[in-house]
Design a protein around this ligand. Structure first.
Ligand SMILES: [Zn+2]
Length: 318
C-alpha cells in the first residue's frame, strides 16, 4: 500500500530498526543525525508503525499500513506514539514526563519523537535527561538532530546513534515524487541537491531557483561564439545575488552530464554535443570562478571569464 512514508522503507536507518524490532534488540533511546527534518519525521513514523503493527507483518518485514494499529498511527491517533515536530519547550517536556508514567493501554510500547533536538534549550535537555537515564521499560525515545554537537553529550551518550545524511538519487526522487507527483522539476532538484532531500524540496518550491536552472541549460547549450557572450552576461543568473547558486547548478549539470555520457543515460545529459574531456575542464573553470567570487570579485566579469574560457576549452578539446 502506498502512503507518504512508503518511499523511505528501504532507507538504511529504517532497515536497521526493522531488524532490531524483529530480533527484539530495541534500545530505549535513539538519536537520528540527519540534515533532513521531514525525512527524520517519516523515519520515526515508519519505526512506530513497525513496532506496533499487528497486521501479521511487523518486525523485520515492516508494517502492513492497514491493520487497526497502523491506521491509528497513520491518522496520528495512537496513544502510544507522540511526535513533537515543532518547538519543544519546558511545558512540553513537563507534559511528556507526566505522560511517560501512564502505562500504554494495550501493553505495547510508548514512543516519543522529538525533532530538532539540537535546538532544545540546555535546561530542557537536562530535564529530559532524567527520563532518558531511567525510562519506564515500555518507553522508547527517538530524537533527531541535524547537528549532533549541539546536543548535550550527556544526552547523546544515552542514545544509539543513527546517521542518515544523504539519500541515493532513487530514494530522494521517490520521496519527492510522493510529495510532488506532477512536478517534472523533481528530477532536476534531486540532481542539484546531491541527495539532500530538504535542499531539493527548497529548490522545488523556489520559483527563482527553477528559473535559474532553465537559464543555465539555455546558456550551456546556446552559447556558441565569443561574440554572443554579451547576450548572456546581464541575465539574472550572473547577478551578484544569484551567481553562487548559478555556479552550483552549473557544476551539478556538468557532473550529471559526465555521468550520463559514461552510463549512456540520456536523461542526465543536460549539456548536449560535448565530451568528458571538455566537461572535466568545465569543472575546473567553475571551481576557479567560485574562488574568485569568494574574494568578492565582480560577478559579471567573473562570468565573462568563465564563459570565454568554456568556449576556448570546447575549441581546444576538439
Ligand atoms: Zn499493521
Amino acid at each position: 500500500m502506498q502512503n507518504k512514508y512508503y518511499p523511505l522503507i528501504n532507507s538504511r536507518t529504517v532497515a536497521h530498526l526493522r531488524k532490531q524490532v524483529g530480533n527484539g534488540t530495541l534500545k530505549h533511546s535513539y538519536l537520528l543525525v540527519t540534515p533532513d527534518k521531514s525525512a527524520a519525521a517519516d523515519i520515526f513514523m515508519l519505526f512506530a508503525l513497525t513496532v506496533n503493527c499487528t497486521g501479521g507483518r511487523g518486525g523485520v518485514n515492516g508494517a502492513c499500513f492497514e491493520c487497526a494499529e497502523c491506521r491509528k498511527i497513520l491518522s496520528e491517533n495512537h496513544s502510544g506514539v507522540k511526535a513533537y515536530n515543532g518547538k519543544f519547550n519546558t511545558a512540553d517536556v513537563n507534559d511528556l514526563i507526566d505522560d511517560l508514567y501512564i502505562r500504554p493501554i494495550d501493553g505495547g510500547f510508548k514512543l516519543y519523537f522529538i525533532n530538532n533536538a539540537d535546538a532544545l534549550l540546555p535546561a530542557v535537555q537536562n530535564k529530559l535527561l532524567k527520563s532518558l537515564e531511567e525510562p519506564p521499560e515500555y518507553v522508547i525515545f527517538f530524537l533527531a538532530a541535524a547537528n549532533e554537537d549541539a546536543v548535550l553529550k550527556t544526552v547523546t551518550s544515552r542514545c544509539e546513534k543513527l546517521y542518515e545524511t544523504t539519500f541515493d538519487g532513487d530514494t530522494a526522487e521517490r520521496i519527492l515524487k510522493a510529495e510532488y507527483p506532477d512536478d517534472d522539476f523533481v528530477k532536476n532538484a534531486v540532481l542539484c541537491a546531491d541527495g539532500f532531500v530538504d535542499n531539493a524540496r527548497t529548490m522545488i518550491e523556489d520559483a527563482a531557483y527553477r528559473k535559474l536552472f532553465y537559464e543555465c541549460i539555455e546558456i550551456m547549450n546556446g552559447l556558441k561564439k565569443s561574440g554572443e557572450i554579451i547576450n548572456y552576461l546581464f541575465r539574472p543568473a550572473f547577478e551578484k545575488e544569484y551567481f553562487k547558486t548559478t555556479l552550483n547548478i552549473l557544476e551539478a549539470m556538468v557532473n550529471a552530464t559526465i555521468r550520463g555520457i559514461e552510463t549512456g543515460d540520456e536523461k542526465l545529459i543536460f549539456i548536449k554535443d560535448t565530451d568528458v574531456c571538455v566537461l572535466n575542464k568545465y569543472i575546473f573553470l567553475i571551481v576557479v570562478a567560485r574562488k574568485k567570487t569568494a574574494f568578492n570579485a565582480v560577478s559579471v566579469s567573473v562570468a565573462e571569464n568563465l564563459l570565454m574560457n568554456m568556449l576556448e576549452v570546447k575549441y581546444l578539446c576538439r
